[in-house]
Design a binder for this molecule. Structure first.
Ligand code: NAP
Length: 294
């Protein structure tokens, strides 16, 4: 990877960044700075470690400094909603913002995880229109996955360890959408689904090698299995799906395309599909080079 110090920063460069706590693990600076380089954008993207107590001041300060766009990661995705002048509809329904865009009155909030997952699925030719979709999990990533498919899916079945959280997700979706939604514990006998999207943290970190209790049964009859985890590259969930001959996709595409969509909003541009595909390939090569991925 080219060091950022090799680039010349001029007074005309725009500054963007990401706020979170912790922040060291984030891949967003790498993705955005490669996009800057590839697209010839005079901009730089920096990670900022911001604690919960410091969030209000950090956003106020960033705005005054003219920071053009910011991504927002854990644990600020909900709290940041209090600090924006407006929020787009999908972020409002998801009750989470991951992108702030500088406007003349303040920051405006978006959630690009939803569209990012949609672009990643589309790139792999994965259909959700008129499909029965199962979502495993009910955290922030599950809200994004549900919102990605909810307008076109035939039905949604949500599985979660804590049933109350699945019920809250269903209730939120039912305020806006008409499709049939069922909720289940991980131990319930699954209803058949053609597309299964695994959105929990089971399979990574201390839970690497594991998969949610409902996963194997859900894979009977499914044709596509998606795991939003990308580190490890192949979770136990995806390895099992592959063994069963099911098409699989991990979370890297979502990570990349939420960044692309955020980039477009921050810089007011559109990145052609072929260009973003080419840059994605370069990012993967660079990640493999530094042993971060696959
Ligand atoms: P979150 O809001 O904290 O939700 C965590 C979810 O995982 C909840 O449904 C939780 O169930 C479940 N869970 C956690 N530990 C569990 C266990 N031991 N057994 C069963 N269920 C368990 O987190 P999130 O933001 O949704 O993120 C979840 C995953 O998605 C993470 O792995 C993250 O890396 C990934 N993600 C990927 C992308 C991407 O771009 N690819 C974007 C966002 C997130 P309870 O409700 O019962 O606690």
């Amino acid at each position: 990877m080219k060091s950022i110090s090799k680039s010349i920063i001029t007074g005309k460069h725009r500054v963007c960044g990401v706020i979170g706590d912790p922040i060291e693990h984030t891949l967003s600076p790498m993705i955005h700075n490669i996009l800057n380089e590839e697209l010839g954008q005079a901009a730089i993207y920096i990670p900022f470690h911001v604690s919960q107590e410091g969030l209000h001041d950090a956003i106020k300060g960033a705005y005054q400094l003219g920071i053009k766009g910011m991504n927002v990661t854990m644990p600020h995705k909900k709290e940041v909603m209090k600090h924006v002048i407006g929020i787009d509809t999908q972020a409002e329904i998801a009750q989470a913002i991951n992108t702030l865009v500088h406007t003349s009155e303040g920051y405006y909030g978006y959630n690009t995880d939803i569209g990012g997952l949609g672009r990643a699925l589309a790139e792999e030719g994965i259909q959700w229109t008129e499909q029965d979709v199962a979502i495993i999990g009910s955290g922030g990533a599950a809200y994004a996955a549900c919102l990605c498919v909810v307008e076109e899916a035939k039905s949604l079945a949500i599985y979660n360890r804590t049933l109350e959280k699945a019920m809250a997700l269903k209730a939120q979706l039912e305020k806006y959408y008409m499709l049939p939604i069922t909720v289940h514990t991980m131990e319930d006998t699954p209803t058949p689904a053609s597309l299964v999207i695994q959105t929990t943290g089971v399979g990574m970190g201390a839970l690497e090698g594991q998969m949610p209790a409902c996963a194997k049964a859900l894979m009977d009859g499914a044709s596509v299995a998606v795991d939003l985890i990308y580190n490890p590259w192949e979770t136990a969930f995806l390895a099992y799906a592959k063994e069963k001959g099911i098409q699989v996709m991990n979370g890297f595409g979502m990570l990349y395309y939420q960044a692309v969509e955020a980039y477009e909003k921050m810089h007011g541009c559109h990145i052609e599909a072929e260009t973003s595909k080419r840059i994605k390939k370069r990012i993967l090569e660079e990640l493999n080079g530094i042993g971060e991925s696959k």
